[in-house]
Design a protein around this ligand. Sequence first.
Ligand SMILES: NC(=O)c1ccc[n+]([C@@H]2O[C@H](COP(=O)([O-])OP(=O)(O)OC[C@H]3O[C@@H](n4cnc5c(N)ncnc54)[C@H](O)[C@@H]3O)[C@@H](O)[C@H]2O)c1
Ligand SMILES: [Zn+2]
Length: 373
Amino acid sequence: MAERIHVTAPGGDYDILIESGILKNLAIYAGAWGKSVVVTNTTIAPLHGESLAASLPKAKLAVVPDGEQYKTLETIAQLYADFIAAGLDRGSTVIALGGGVVGDMAGFAAATYMRGVRFVQIPTTLLSMVDSSVGGKVGVDLPQGKNLVGSFKQPDMVLIDPDVLDTLPAREWRCGMAEVIKHGFLADESILDMVNKNPSPSSETGFSIQPHPPTAFASPQAERGGQSGKVELIRRAVQVKVDVVQRDPFEKGERAHLNLGHTFGHAVEQATHYQWPHGEAVGVGLLAAARLSSALNLCDSDIPERMEDILAHVGLPRRLNGIDPEAIYAAMATDKKWLGGHSRFVLLRGVGQPTIVEDVPKETIIQILSDLQ
Ligand SMILES: NC(=O)c1ccc[n+]([C@@H]2O[C@H](COP(=O)([O-])OP(=O)(O)OC[C@H]3O[C@@H](n4cnc5c(N)ncnc54)[C@H](O)[C@@H]3O)[C@@H](O)[C@H]2O)c1
Ligand SMILES: [Zn+2]
């Protein structure tokens, strides 16, 4: 039986189903989908896309190039052409099979094609399972910046099959773990216990892309406990996001808490000209946020200590390795959330106690960043 999380959303309620092997039985759900197009990319098509589309009698495959640089209006235009060629009408369904890039684009195309058609999310990265496939934000980048065009489009269903993670590069797994850890500190301590109790990927060194499947949660007991452990970890991490977006569907308030570690993280991405992937930048950003929380006496020093330990356990970076603190601060100051130049951080009073703090002195931030060298 699949784990089921029901989501109440302004555009209509939907279910998130999580089950190992669920994609092999997709036809059960596909009866109501009409004609469909499975949107995926060149990497995922041969791994999972072709077999999935072949299992759906009325489905065609639309394959986009792999990479954030293709999350553009040009690719959306190509998708519209693919939808027309496949004969999609208003009763049809767009299925996103991929990570956040594919999900954001397929969702935006589904929101706008014929003023909106049915949309099913099948996330294939850990990040997209626990983060981007939930909450209805879809869109594309412009040359001027990321995610500048988009809308809210709630999916009709989200199907999560942890088996697809077996082909995910270890580095992408770790990047998703940064969001899982964020959700643990925001709202669910048991997530942190689960992550800490599972084997660390200690055999891997550095942050290069590993040709092996991820080792965390592929424990020696994988045959018996591994997949169900993954299902449970994903279920809990998804639930944290669901709880937040249900209370704040249009990002008016509490949803800002999901930016924990992201003010620092985005600035690190920018300061390194996106040489640091998002998840790794968020990892060190989470540590910076935890240390700042403690420096401002919002919480005890055990919070940054626990953060550092768990990041080390999953193999995420804890140091800035020479990135200039002034460059990071300058990047932060361009953040559109820093209203009128006032700094704004999501910090922690403890696990499960996020809080927003404004006007932190620049010297304090520079000190935190210098200590992370
Ligand atoms: N809509 C939202 O609320 C939201 C939230 C967070 C992030 N995002 C967006 O999500 C995007 C990042 O998503 P991501 O981290 O999933 O990156 P991604 O979609 O680029 O996927 C990462 C890489 O993994 C590959 N891949 C995906 N699944 C695979 C699998 N099962 N096996 C092998 N390879 C696989 C992809 O082809 C890609 O090369 C960004 O564009 C970001 O803006 C959106
Ligand atoms: Zn993130």
